[in-house]
Design a protein around this ligand. Structure first.
Ligand code: PNS
Length: 163
């Protein structure tokens, strides 16, 4: 049984994330998607965030309902502590561009040094590689239309928060 942990802020989850989760659901027996607050990014409390952690878990759960080997949780603290807690064999990250690789490699090496757990990378399809939650938040907050970039449960909540 190969279990992989896919951590992220997911504020909001977008179609690039969904693609990574769907690909991973074919590659691994079990995927744990875990949302956390990244202090380097905006949160509803510090400003700039869209959804709180409970809402993100609810949204991701809806989005992944068609994948029976995916579970969704939230965490605070170190990703390696959660990885050990849920018995993950690997940590999973998506890669959009070379610039992602530099940061992700450093995190992968730190996480490996802390826990011995390797990170596996899945590259995003080129048509999705421009998607980033930070840009989705900015475009949304400035009145732009992101409906082709986010799954329906996110679209629905964004629409109802505007009306
Ligand atoms: O979606 P994001 O914001 O790019 O995800 C970043 C995340 C949440 C994966 C990263 O910030 C993280 O791992 N946070 C947990 C705290 C931690 O373990 N920090 C050490 C990383 S080497």
């Amino acid at each position: 049984m190969r279990r992989v942990l896919y951590p992220g802020s997911f504020d909001p989850i977008h179609l690039g994330h969904v693609e990574i989760i769907e690909t991973a659901s074919h590659l691994f027996d079990d995927i744990v998607v875990a949302a956390t607050v990244n202090p380097q990014k905006g949160t509803p409390k510090t400003g700039g965030g869209l959804f709180d952690l409970d809402e993100r878990v609810e949204i991701i759960t809806e989005v992944c309902a068609h994948l029976d080997n995916v579970t969704v949780t939230q965490f605070s603290g170190l990703v390696v502590d959660l990885a050990r807690q849920v018995n993950a064999d690997f940590i999973l990250k998506g890669l959009r561009a070379v610039s992602d690789y530099e940061t992700e490699l450093q995190m992968a090496q730190m996480n490996h040094a802390l826990s011995g757990i390797h990170t596996v990378f899945i590259p995003s399809a080129s048509t999705r590689s421009f998607l980033a939650s930070k840009l989705i938040r900015e475009v949304t907050q400035l009145g732009g239309d992101v409906s082709t970039m986010v799954p329906e449960p996110v679209q629905r909540r964004l629409k109802s928060s505007l009306s």
